[in-house]
Write a protein that binds this ligand. Structure first.
Ligand code: URA
Length: 181
């Protein structure tokens, strides 16, 4: 169960991100969710609150979820790395490798109908390939037999609002699969 995964994570010191964190940001939402979002890692707001996607990018993600005709508490949201990288730098390969077993265990427990991968770190980690997110987005893939839709990260959309229409098209494919269109 997710509680067992959280217990196994404990007061994690498996990588150097433990040094700068306020708290672990494990994940939030419905453990029975049909739809799971995977992001990159906590930022300052998430590190302070212990909840994923509660800052500026998180507010946009919440709007995206609601546009998909879900409530935020119906879905499940987590990240590739559970601790904030200092200064919001990218997570490093050793940090991703240390945290990946816990992401895998979360998804194995959740077994959603669909996973949405938000940005290159989520998608490249789940697929174990280095293809650019600009090439991967909008095309169905599979993670452990579960349909995976790669799309752009909401933080990218805050900088590049012209690309919101591409993400909306990707999310509509997800809605179609889940019977929401
Ligand atoms: N960006 C992410 O990738 N994850 C969060 O939890 C917040 C912002």
């Amino acid at each position: 169960t997710l509680d067992e995964v959280r217990t196994a994570l404990g007061d994690c010191k498996r990588c150097k991100l433990c040094q700068g964190r306020t708290q672990i940001v494990f994940g939030a939402g419905n453990p029975k969710a049909s739809l799971v979002f995977v992001g990159e890692g906590p930022g300052a707001d998430e590190d302070a609150q212990g909840i994923p996607f509660v800052g500026k990018a998180g507010q946009l993600l919440t709007k995206m979820i609601e546009a998909m005709k879900f409530r935020r508490d119906e879905v499940y949201i987590c990240n590739v790395v559970k601790c904030r990288p200092p200064g919001n730098r990218n997570p490093e390969p050793d940090e991703i490798a240390a945290c990946e077993p816990f992401l895998k265990a979360q998804l194995a427990s959740l077994r959603p109908q669909v996973i949405v991968g938000l940005g290159k770190f989520a998608v490249q980690t789940l697929l174990r390939e280095e293809t650019a997110i600009s090439r991967l987005r909008g095309q169905w893939r599979e993670y452990q037999g579960i349909p995976l839709m790669p799309t752009f990260h909401p933080a990218y959309l805050l900088r590049t609002p012209e690309d919101k229409k591409l993400v909306w098209a990707d999310l509509q494919l997800v809605m179609k699969l889940l019977g929401k269109l």
